[in-house]
Design a protein around this ligand. Sequence first.
Ligand code: GAL
Length: 432
Amino acid sequence: MRKSYTFMVVMVLFTVAFFAFSSVSFAQPSEKEFIIFHYWTAGGEKEAINALFEMYQERNPEVKIVENPVAGGGGETMLAVLMSNLAAGIPPDTFQDHQGNQQKDYIDAGYLDIVDDIWIEANFEERINPMWTKTLKFSDHVYSVPINAHRTNWLWYNKKVLDEVGIKAPETYDELLEACQKIKEAKPEISPLALGSREKVWVTYLYDMVLLTTGGPDFYEKANTGRIDFLNDPTFRQAMERFAALIPYIYPWHATKSWDEAAALLKTGESAMYWMGDWVLGYYLSIGMEPEVDFSATAIPSDVWMGHADTFAFPSGVPNPNNARDWMRMCTTPEAQEAFNLIKGSVTIVNDVPPDVYPDPYRQRSANDLGTLRAVCDGYHGGMMTPAFASEIMDILTRFLVDEEVDAAIEDIARAAERTQLAEDCSWFWEE
Ligand code: GAL
């Protein structure tokens, strides 16, 4: 009796010890890191992501943030590194992404996981303009959390130069062209329009502008998703002619400049105006330029809000899923959105942060307009066009800047749209 009792006690102790030991040796390693890929390395954008890091670090003091920033805004370099890491199955915990076709390509390749629960928990869909859901939700699922809304139909200008030439800020394409002509006449040493095409992506922003101001928002959406007959559409030809008319007024050494270096041409007075998204505002504020004194901005056309969202995507098989999910949860809060956007130049994508938190008129206007005007997404960063078509059109437009050949550009674009099956690959955009 006594013997079997001792045997049972030994067995129980052994079993307890075994499980205690196995739970130690087989436990998941604790998540010590949070690995993020982003390309916010220029003035303004760097400080903005740092504000989020600070907030995250307060929530998770024990976690080490590992960032892999790659210099050069617009992200062409980072995207190449990211793609090879995703393909090799070594994803970061999150990465800076956009929406629409830019995100869909990753989803179709099986690189992203669903984060519906994070959106539901934060009541996120009710807090954003429905137009965003169209390009962030795929087959009824979401794979990222957006942190902002960048307006891109802004024309930034050097106030002093425009005042000296005696012109008011243009509000239409025709007024823009006229302003270019007058500036060139009055101040031949200045380039009326700044541009930095060292990263070709910025040329697509001018393309978006002529599509939108020539054909209006419906035409714009159709053209960027391949639903027009590029070769024969008279509105498309007119848009390309209007693009060509601007080329002689563009800063001639644009191929040597990044977007922020081109922005600086307004500070030095080498250029008068700059067609660019409001990350430029973050940059101007970071270099101490004063709104309404050193620079100002005008929206063209004034009755449309065009732009895109920066998002944090959730890759499949991330090394630190809890840390990644906590980052995304944090980004749904009004506090994180406000802290980021006050520095970034954009506005919060959530509508529960009032427009009057912004100290300058541009963001107050952007936040108000986003809630009231017709809104469209950018062709490239807004993911209206596919990355395959975008890569071709970037080359075509960069050539166009040099040869100004409207017919050749139209033919090349039509061929690229066909070759890359633009209309077919964008059909999801038109599904109800
Ligand atoms: C865009 C991005 C912005 C801004 C810009 C320049 O793609 O959405 O957040 O940073 O590039 O780097």
